[in-house]
Structures are given as structure tokens and as C-alpha cells.
Ligand binder design. Structure first.
Ligand SMILES: Cc1cc2nc3c(=O)[nH]c(=O)nc-3n(C[C@H](O)[C@H](O)[C@H](O)COP(=O)(O)OP(=O)(O)OC[C@H]3O[C@@H](n4cnc5c(N)ncnc54)[C@H](O)[C@@H]3O)c2cc1C
Length: 400
């Protein structure tokens, strides 16, 4: 079976690429190994830069009809004191806020929008197994269904554990933490109360998902077994100490089965393509959860890839000479973002988790941000728009 484009991995990068390429008239197949999008171990933050892309596609109002919470300002409880640190309300975009939307809704929405184009196909419960190569060029994918799908281009967007990026040079940046991920009950409030909690020896994130908290308990990398071996009661006590928000922990966590381990990885490829193959999203650059920017960078890669390649692919041209241009465009924002994440990891996360840093009161930077609201626009811009926000330039081949 032949397509112009096969995308391996239906996460934010792969689904967005699928939508944009199909919209531009490219016959596109997305392979996703899972049966559905119902997994809760990925982030939920759809940032202003991503919302702007939906605005450019004329899909923003429809997207925002899906269940979501608007976060216009972000704060953190540091050494027991609440500090406001970012204010998105002044960003020059159609939706100046973070939309907290369960990722399954977000991906399902993109799939629904993509299915309006005749060239789009999403095959779920179907994994890409290996690349088909001929004369040094990737020409397709063998799938878990036992068939071979040939294409002019394969995009690998199979996430941080990418199998399809194998062989390309990888630079490991590393992270000092891993995360336990679980839910706690809460009452629905009109305001979204998501926040980070920072104290000596303690980093905890509370994501307000309406009727429950999605919690991230951050601990030193590789120490999951040590935390578990201290026992569930000790863990519950540490969670309860976070504050009134976590009071329901005893009822909510009955066993370790309720607590998922998420390992944090930060790395990037030094080379994102080879003839017939392009790697994007976490597969090209696994992002730290700091700033919740991973989904958005993955989407930006997809937009840049479609801007660069959709028209030539739709015309039936060989994409190979263009492939290195994607890396040339996207590497700088990725490197800068990972640089800021690494700085935060080294200066804040590692010292706090290892208790080499004590925290009697919030650091000067946080107090300054809280005291001078104008300054809160700087982190809002860095997190909300990032270093090189992309815009949709590829055409809609079906627009009358
Ligand atoms: C603890 C934690 C919290 C995070 N929180 C946030 C957050 O709040 N906000 C944020 O923006 N980012 C967050 N991130 C990062 C974010 O999850 C990723 O950056 C983002 O999901 C990357 O998107 P992607 O499409 O490149 O890859 P993924 O989301 O990993 O998607 C890859 C897809 O490929 C599929 N797949 C894999 N192999 C195959 C195969 N062989 N065949 C077919 N399909 C395959 C997978 O099932 C998956 O659906 C977090 C990360 C961690 C670790």
C-alpha cells in the first residue's frame, strides 16, 4: 500500500503533522500503537503559541468548546508563601492563557479535524515495527499488522523512547528527577488553582483538572524504589504535608498501583533526518516537564515541517534535499528551551531535592516577580510563546 507520507506515532507532534499535511493535500497515514488516546501520563498544557496555531487554522473556538480550564496567571507556593510568577493576559495572541485540557481530548480533537480531509488516515492499535530501506533511503514502514506501507517520506514522532530515531547521533542532557503521578480528589472551583509547591527537600505539582488534582511528586532520579521501600504510609504522610489540597490522600491512594512512575528524560538528536526519514517532537528532543512546554514544541515542529514540506510532497517532489532545513530552523529554540530547563534543574530542582539548599523564604527572583506585576510578563512570554513560535504557512488544498 502506498502513501505520500507515513507518520509513526500519534502524539501531539504526529497528530498535528497529520492534520496539516492532509489539509495541504498530502495522502497521509498516521500509525498509533495504542487503541485510543486515553492515557493520562502526559501533560495537559496547551500554551498560547499552540492555541494561536488553532486560531490560524480557524479551529480555536471549536477546540475551546472541549472541556478545559483557563490559566491566565501562574503562581507557586515557595517556602509556605504564595508568589505570582507569570501573567499571560498581555500576550499578543488570540487566546492569552494556557488551556489545561486532558491530552486525550486535545488529540481526539485534532484527529476529528484531520478526518475532514480525504487524504488523512489514522490507524490505531497499529505500531510501526521497522523501516523499509532501499539503496540507503527510507521508503516505508513495516507495521505490527504485518503489512508494508510505502511512502515518499516517513516522519518519526514516536516520542522519547523512539525506536525509529535509532542510529542518529543522540546527545543526552539528563535530568536530576523522576516523578510519581497520581490523582487526588478536589472540589470544582471557578478559578484554576494549579501551582507548584517548593520547599527544602520537597517539590510537588498540583494540576487543577476540575474535579481532581493531577499530582506530580518529584524525587531524585532513580530513587523510586527507595521511596517505595519506605512504605505507603510514609509516602502518604509526605504527600499530606504539602498542604490542605492533599488532605484526601489516604482515601485516594490505596496501593502503589494508584501511583505511576514517570521517568524524566532530556536529550536531543544532533541530526534529525536522513534520506526518506524525518524525526520530530520528543523523538528528536525529549523535553523536561519544567514549564510544561513539551507538547507545544512538538506541535511547533509539526507546523514547521508542514510549512517546509507539504507543498513539495503534494506536488510529488523528492523531499530529501529539504529535510535538513527543519533541523536548521527548530534546533535553536529547542537548544535554548532545554538550556533554560537545565539551568532550572541545576539551580533549583537538584539542590532542593538533595536538600543541599535550604529554603527559609522565596528566592529574590520570585519575590521580585510577585512584587512587580509587569515583570510577570517575561516568564509568561518565555513559557507561553517560547523562542520561535511557528505560524501556519502551508495552504489548505480544499479551501474554496
Ligand atoms: C512527567 C512529565 C510531565 C509532563 N508534563 C507536560 C506538560 O504539562 N505539558 C507539556 O507540554 N509537556 C509535558 N511533558 C512533555 C510532553 O509529554 C512531551 O514533550 C510531548 O508529549 C511530546 O509529544 P510527541 O508527540 O513528540 O511524543 P509523545 O507524546 O510521546 O507521543 C508519541 C506517540 O507515539 C506512539 N508510539 C510510540 N512508538 C510507536 C510505534 N512504534 N508505532 C506507533 N506509535 C508509536 C505513542 O503511543 C505516543 O502516542 C511532560 C513530560 C513528563 C515526563
Amino acid at each position: 500500500m502506498s502513501h505520500e507520507l507515513v507518520i509513526v506515532g500519534g502524539g501531539p507532534a504526529g497528530m498535528m503533522a497529520g492534520l496539516l499535511f492532509a489539509r495541504a493535500g498530502v495522502k497521509t497515514l498516521v500509525l498509533e500503537k495504542h487503541r485510543d488516546f486515553l492515557r493520562d501520563f502526559r501533560g495537559d498544557t496547551v500554551h498560547p503559541s499552540t492555541l494561536e496555531i488553532f486560531h490560524e487554522l480557524g479551529l480555536l473556538d471549536e477546540l475551546l468548546r472541549r472541556p478545559h480550564n483557563k490559566v491566565a496567571q501562574i503562581g507557586a507556593r515557595i517556602a509556605g508563601q504564595f508568589e505570582r510568577i507569570a501573567d499571560f493576559r498581555h500576550l499578543p495572541v488570540a487566546a492569552p492563557f494556557i488551556a489545561l485540557m486532558p491530552q486525550w481530548d486535545f488529540l481526539d480533537f485534532i484527529a476529528q479535524a484531520a478526518r475532514r480531509y480525504p487524504g488523512f488516515e489514522l490507524r490505531q492499535s497499529c505500531a510501526g515495527e521497522s523501516l523499509i530501506e532501499e539503496e540507503g533511503r527510507v521508503v516505508g514502514v513495516r507495521t505490527s499488522a504485518g503489512d508494508e506501507v510505502r511512502a515518499r517520506l516517513v516522519i518519526a514522532s514516536d516520542g522519547r523512547d523512539s525506536h525509529f530515531r535509532a542510529g542518529l547521533p543522540l546527545r543526552v542532557i539528563g535530568a536530576p528527577m523522576d516523578v510519581f503521578w497520581f490523582r487526588l480528589p478536589k472540589h470544582e472551583q471557578p478559578e484554576n488553582d494549579s501551582m507548584g509547591v517548593f520547599d527544602s527537600g520537597r517539590i510537588f505539582v498540583l494540576i487543577d483538572r476540575g474535579e481532581y488534582w493531577q499530582c506530580a511528586f518529584v524525587f531524585p532520579k532513580g530513587e523510586a524504589e527507595r521511596v517505595r521501600s519506605a512504605g505507603l504510609d510514609a509516602f502518604r504522610t509526605r504527600v499530606r504535608e504539602i498542604g490542605p489540597e492533599t488532605a484526601g490522600v489516604d482515601r485516594a491512594i490505596g496501593s502503589w498501583d494508584d501511583v505511576k512512575l514517570l521517568t524524566v528524560t532530556v536529550d536531543r538528536l544532533d541530526q534529525w533526518s536522513r534520506p526518506g526519514l524525518l524525526v520530530i517532537g520528543d523523538a528528536a528532543h525529549a523535553m523536561s516537564p519544567i514549564g510544561g512546554v513539551g507538547i507545544n514544541l512538538a506541535v511547533q515542529d509539526a507546523v514547521a515541517a508542514a510549512n517546509l514540506l507539504a507543498a513539495p510532497l503534494a506536488r510529488g517532489e523528492n523531499p530529501d534535499p529539504l529535510l535538513p532545513k527543519l533541523q536548521a530552523r527548530r534546533m535553536r529554540p529547542v537548544r535554548l528551551t532545554q538550556g533554560v530547563q537545565k539551568l532550572m534543574q541545576d539551580a533549583v530542582i537538584a539542590p532542593l531535592l538533595n536538600q543541599s539548599g535550604t529554603l527559609d523564604r522565596p528566592p529574590l527572583a520570585a519575590r521580585l516577580l510577585n512584587a512587580v506585576p509587569l515583570l510577570q510578563r517575561i516568564p509568561a512570554r518565555l513559557v507561553g510563546l517560547g523562542f520561535r513560535p511557528e505560524h501556519v504557512e502551508c495552504s489548505d488544498a480544499y479551501r474554496r
